[in-house]
Design a protein around this ligand. Structure first.
Ligand SMILES: Nc1ncnc2c1ncn2[C@@H]1O[C@H](COP(=O)(O)OP(=O)(O)OP(=O)(O)O)[C@@H](O)[C@H]1O
Length: 335
């Protein structure tokens, strides 16, 4: 197996809030292979953006290591990070707020190229090239962002991220502000770009329906911890964690990919300043037992690579402990 392009090793991030500490991300370990799309999902406040910001080194982790292409970048200085900025880019959620309204589109897309010292003539050619890749006419370069729709602006953001030929793009809620039909177009564009260029994506979203379309593997985050991770098929066909199951049951069959927040399981999300002892999900869990109230479950992987952090994992109430392998065998036996 080839080494992962990105490796997060036991990453944590704690913020000081007054005289207390808030654990935004706790002990997260993830691998992302080159050319893969890893989805990170969970409700608001579960630590998705903080994780994304740490990957970009916009926020320093409190503990753990970030390894990019075999190199530990956790403690690199700003200066040492500069050449790597080209390799790791970000696309933000709000295409209205993230583009400078006083700059022409051509200048916006060119900015990262100027920063890496590319020559003027080459910049113009590259800007035209990436505008074409994202489906915008060359004339767009001379116009200002306000002349474009939300979906077109997000294409401009993607063109800007792509300009420097990055190896990894973190998409933080990149389609969440768009209408459903526009979301689908932008997701298709991202998938096509990946097929064409082999770029790796970390795709952050609160919407499991959206990540399903694009992601090869998905990590579900709850209160700063990965509670389940697996391939798209594993998570959608045999989710093992009650939280993943609750998120899935909230996606109407026909509405996968629709706009809006996931309706949540009953009960409040605990405050990360004062998290409950034991399993972070136990206050909302339909399967809670005594052990869950005192012992934090560790992430345990099955032979197929699906991993779950739950003392009592199970596919659903009728067939507890069913794994994707069990399901395949059962289906095979039935034939
Ligand atoms: N700079 C900060 N200082 C203090 N607390 C922070 C800071 N940034 C984030 N947090 C807290 O860390 C937790 C995780 O926030 P984060 O923004 O990463 O979550 P998220 O899953 O991306 O949520 P959303 O989708 O609402 O942005 C939240 O409780 C948030 O209030």
């Amino acid at each position: 197996m080839t080494a992962p392009l990105l490796k997060l090793e036991n990453i944590s991030k704690r913020f000081r809030v007054g005289n207390k500490e808030l654990a935004a991300v706790s002990d997260v370990s993830l691998d992302v292979a080159a050319g893969e799309t890893l989805g990170i999902v969970g409700e608001s406040g579960c630590g998705k953006s903080t994780l994304g910001r740490m990957i970009l080194r916009l926020t320093d982790p409190s503990d753990g290591a970030i390894v990019f292409d075999g190199r530990d970048i956790t403690r690199l200085s700003k200066r040492a990070m500069r050449p790597l900025r080209r390799d790791i880019q970000i696309v933000f959620q709000d295409p209205y707020a993230s583009l400078n309204p006083r700059m022409k589109v051509g200048e916006i897309v060119a900015e990262p190229l100027v920063n890496i010292g590319m020559k003027r003539a080459e910049i113009a050619a590259r800007v035209a090239e990436v505008l074409k890749v994202v489906g915008l006419p060359a004339e767009s370069a001379d116009r200002y962002p306000h002349a474009f729709s939300g979906g077109q602006r997000q294409r401009i953001g993607i063109a800007r991220a792509l300009a420097v030929k990055p190896r990894l793009i973190v998409c933080d809620e990149a389609v969440s502000a768009l209408d459903v039909s526009v979301q689908a177009q932008v997701l298709t564009l991202l998938r096509d770009i990946q097929r064409e260029t082999g770029v790796t994506f970390v795709f952050i979203s609160h919407n499991l329906g959206v990540v399903r379309f694009l992601c090869h593997r998905i990590a579900v985050l709850y209160l700063g911890r990965v509670v389940e991770i697996g391939t798209e098929a594993q998570l959608f066909e045999t989710p093992q964690h009650p939280y993943t199951q609750a998120l899935l049951s909230a996606i109407p069959e026909a509405g996968a990919g629709r706009r809006g927040r996931i309706p949540v399981p009953s009960g409040e999300i605990p405050n990360p300043i004062n998290p409950p002892p034991g399993c972070p999900f136990h206050l909302r869990c339909p399967r809670v037992q005594d052990r869950c109230r005192s012992e934090i479950p560790t992430l345990v992987s099955d032979t197929g690579g699906q991993a779950v952090a739950c003392h009592f994992p199970g596919a659903d109430a009728d067939s507890p402990h069913q794994t994707l392998e069990d399901k395949r065998m059962t289906e095979g036996e039935a034939q």
